[in-house]
Design a protein around this ligand. Structure first.
Ligand SMILES: *[C@@H]1O[C@H](CO)[C@@H](O)[C@H](O)[C@H]1NC(C)=O
Length: 328
């Protein structure tokens, strides 16, 4: 017990209490503060969630689990303040150890696409598709394995033909997967990499398909926004963003053909373009519960909701879907 002499001194204990109490008090103050915008809270079975997307036809949020799997959070019509409950719908036993990350509701094909990856080792990446009515798996496509370069399938978009584009935020590339689940090609480009090595630690991340036939993708640590024109042989261009760079931008969502929401830190940024995403500008910001870390955005009845990585509360772990209201 020799080490206790120093550590157990009243002075040290006081210091320890002070140091640990401040962040805890800060967290509690953030938690009990009345939110400025509407929040859907839901009880969950674990602390970490990645993405949430609103499924309007079935009146539910679909949520991806960092510990693997998918849940649904049904929203009753009547009570906006009810605490909702997450119910697991996919338990991906054969992929145990891998996280479920970016989600996309592929409405024409009635399925959910799920980017899946090994968070710790970056040794496995896959794209899974599940039927939205039965939750049966439609396909599981391995994108990379232990003998390939390190990778991390993070987010997914789908084009009009049903091809999926999955971002790899570790090696900064994009896998293209056909509507039938076949891995078709890998898109690489010098613009996908930042000059500074440390800015490539988290590279290509959120991705959306624009109805005019191109992809918009964000590079998280450099904050660059890129346009990939599918009609022009996957030509990649840097989108000049006034008010950028969009550093720490994570999930993206199209609010309209001229507006994209960027989730991350700050919690939400609204970016607008009037020239088909050659240039754009940050027109609004929203700061939500930053201790919960906003990771993705979705649109419900014209309103933007941000999902967060970290759940809080005891004994019930509670997650928050926070309405983002942007101001200049
Ligand atoms: C992810 O899933 C693959 C495929 O089943 C498996 O081989 C791999 O071990 C899993 N990764 C982890 C970290 O458990």
């Amino acid at each position: 017990m020799a080490c206790c002499s120093a550590l157990c001194s009243p002075k040290f204990l006081l210091l320890f209490l002070l140091l640990s109490a401040v962040p805890i008090a800060y967290l509690i103050s953030l938690e009990v503060a009345k939110p400025a915008t509407h929040v859907y809270h839901y009880h969950s079975t674990s602390w970490f969630r990645e993405c949430a997307k609103w499924d309007d036809l079935n009146r539910r949020f679909l949520v991806s689990f960092i510990d693997g799997g998918i849940g649904q959070v049904t929203v009753p019509n009547d009570d906006p303040d009810a605490v909702l409950v997450e119910v697991p719908v996919v338990k991906h036993v054969d992929l145990a150890g891998n996280a479920s990350l970016g989600l996309l509701i592929d409405r024409p094909r009635n399925r959910l696409l799920v980017a899946t990856a090994d968070v710790k080792g970056n040794l496995y990446s896959a794209l899974a598709a599940y039927d939205l009515s039965t939750w049966e798996r439609v396909f599981l496509t391995q994108l990379s394995g232990p003998s390939d370069e390190k990778s991390f399938a993070d987010d997914v978009a789908v084009d009009a033909e049903g091809n999926a584009y999955v971002t790899d935020c570790t090696a900064s590339k994009i896998w293209k997967v056909g509507a039938d689940g076949k891995l078709l090609s890998t898109i690489r480009n010098p613009l996908f990499k930042a000059k500074e090595w440390y800015k490539n630690l988290v590279g290509l991340n959120g991705i959306v398909y624009h109805p005019d036939g191109y992809l918009i993708v964000i590079h998280t640590f450099s904050g660059k926004l890129l346009k990939i024109d599918l009609a022009k042989g996957e030509e990649v261009k840097l989108i000049e963003v006034a008010g950028g760079p969009l550093t720490f931008g994570d999930g993206l969502e199209l609010l309209s053909p001229t507006k994209v929401v960027v989730a991350g830190n700050p919690s939400g940024r609204l970016v607008e373009s009037s020239d088909g995403w050659e240039t754009a500008s940050v027109v609004g910001k929203f700061s939500g519960p930053r201790h919960r870390l906003a990771t993705a955005a979705t649109v419900k009845d014209g309103k933007v909701y941000l999902s967060h990585m970290v759940g809080m509360g005891y004994p019930k772990k509670t997650h928050a879907l926070v309405e983002a209201v942007f101001s200049a």
